[in-house]
Design a protein around this ligand. Structure first.
Ligand SMILES: [Zn+2]
Length: 146
């Protein structure tokens, strides 16, 4: 398991808004489950962008927080076509000149879990993974009883 720190409001757009591409400066050979962490820095200019507005950006949503894990996804593929200036089919979220981390099976956390992040990919502590798993298990159990 790896984690990736993403600035808000982009992290929110992954968790809630169907953003399935994360633009990164560096490629990675890693594929598999990924914690999506909202970093401490906010991209203020992006909050007004049409893409973010269309993704349902809501600063009052608990997952609009900073410094916390807010979702789990699968890193399915990394597209590097745009780094060399080439075209690709990664869609409206993909930036020119970036590696496109293609995310699948995004699951928003019921509540954010406060955690320190790092730029790019990082390895989450076992205690953090346990906290994420417990939260999903508890939510599933509650849904079954209702
Ligand atoms: Zn691409």
């Amino acid at each position: 398991m790896q984690a990736i720190s993403v600035q808000q409001p982009w992290a929110f757009a992954i968790a809630r808004g169907g953003k399935s591409v994360s633009n990164q400066a560096l490629p990675t050979a890693y594929r598999g489950p990924l914690l999506v962490h909202a970093s401490m820095r906010v991209d203020l200019k992006a909050c007004d962008s049409p893409l973010i507005q269309a993704a349902g950006w809501d600063p009052r949503d608990p997952l609009a927080t900073i410094g916390a894990v807010i979702a789990v996804a699968d890193l399915a593929h990394v597209c590097s076509a745009a780094v060399a200036g080439g075209p690709c089919d990664c869609g409206p979220w993909a930036d020119k000149g970036a590696h496109h981390y293609r995310l699948a099976s995004v699951r928003a956390l019921p509540r954010p879990i406060v955690a320190l992040g790092r730029p790019g990919l990082w390895e989450p502590k076992p205690s953090l993974l346990t906290e994420v798993e417990t939260m999903f298990a508890t939510t599933a159990a509650l849904n079954h009883t209702s």
